[in-house]
Design a binder for this molecule. Structure first.
Ligand code: URA
Length: 263
């Protein structure tokens, strides 16, 4: 193998590990190893590597470490132990997410509220009840074909907006969840989820209802159920968004509604 190929693989594993762990694992905190081309040793016709003893080789990367964290349960454990931002000090519970393991749709909210913090589950308060109704209206459910997660996994005090540094500290958990869950579509509930995923400061009314490619996954933002509870005039445009979302989903999986059971 060529040195350049080894370097590319090393960098790939490093990036994936950072995404999964949310920080740079010990194996990658030292200087990058020096890679050299393999060569065929004359006469023996056997591949050997001209690497000196004290150089780190690609073979020393702990592949099993990478495999070990590739599960939702492992991400949840990391979240439960997380102290990366100030929200850790005021939470009762972390709220990693809930739903099916191979979801058609990943629903992303903003962050846990009081009830979610108490129960360690996303969207279980009044907004959660409405969210379940919104999803059911287009044959989606956290029990059948969705996974529900949030931008931040701990409750911001007094339900204030999560701050940019809190989002920054937490976002790699969501990235790892998306990588593992491989949803066919993403539904973003509200301004914070939309702005974070689409990396914009625009107001939600300027991009809601638009299907936007997020790393190869079609994603759409709509109004947060809490906003609909505060302002019922938003229900009609939210329903338009949901119909658009369903139409896009039917292009990807024309049968998805047939297997849905009303709960
Ligand atoms: N609002 C959110 O954005 N997420 C929850 O989990 C609950 C309320």
């Amino acid at each position: 193998m060529k040195a350049e190929e080894k370097k590319q693989i090393y960098n790939l594993i490093k990036t994936i590990s950072q995404g999964i762990y949310g920080y740079t694992p010990d194996a990658f905190t030292h200087e990058d190893p020096v890679f050299k081309d393999d060569f065929i040793s004359e006469g023996l016709n056997k591949k050997t590597s001209p690497i000196t003893e004290n150089q780190t080789t690609i073979n020393s990367i702990p592949h099993d470490e990478t495999k070990k964290v590739v599960s939702l349960a492992a991400i949840s454990s990391k979240i439960q132990a997380c102290t990366r931002c100030r929200l850790a000090a005021t939470r009762t519970n972390t709220v990693p997410g809930t739903g099916v393991e191979k979801p058609l749709v990943l629903v992303i909210g903003e962050g846990p509220g009081y009830e979610e913090d108490q129960q360690a589950l996303p969207f279980v308060g009044a907004a959660g009840e409405l969210l379940d109704k919104m999803l059911a209206s287009i044959c989606l459910s956290r029990n059948q074909n969705c996974y529900i997660a949030n931008i931040v996994k701990c409750r911001p005090p007094q339900n204030r907006d999560p701050q940019p540094d809190e989002i920054q500290a937490c976002i790699s958990y969501l990235d790892a969840q998306i990588t593992l869950l491989k949803p066919k579509m993403i539904l973003l509930m509200g301004r914070i989820a939309g702005q974070t995923i689409f990396k914009t400061n625009r107001g939600i009314s300027s991009f809601r209802g638009e299907i936007i490619n997020y790393n190869g996954i079609p994603a759409m933002a709509t109004y947060h159920p809490s906003a609909l509870l505060r302002n019922t005039e938003l229900k009609a445009p939210a329903w338009e968004d949901l119909k658009k979302f369903r139409a896009e989903l039917l292009k990807i999986d024309p049968d998805y509604q047939h297997s849905f059971v009303k709960e």
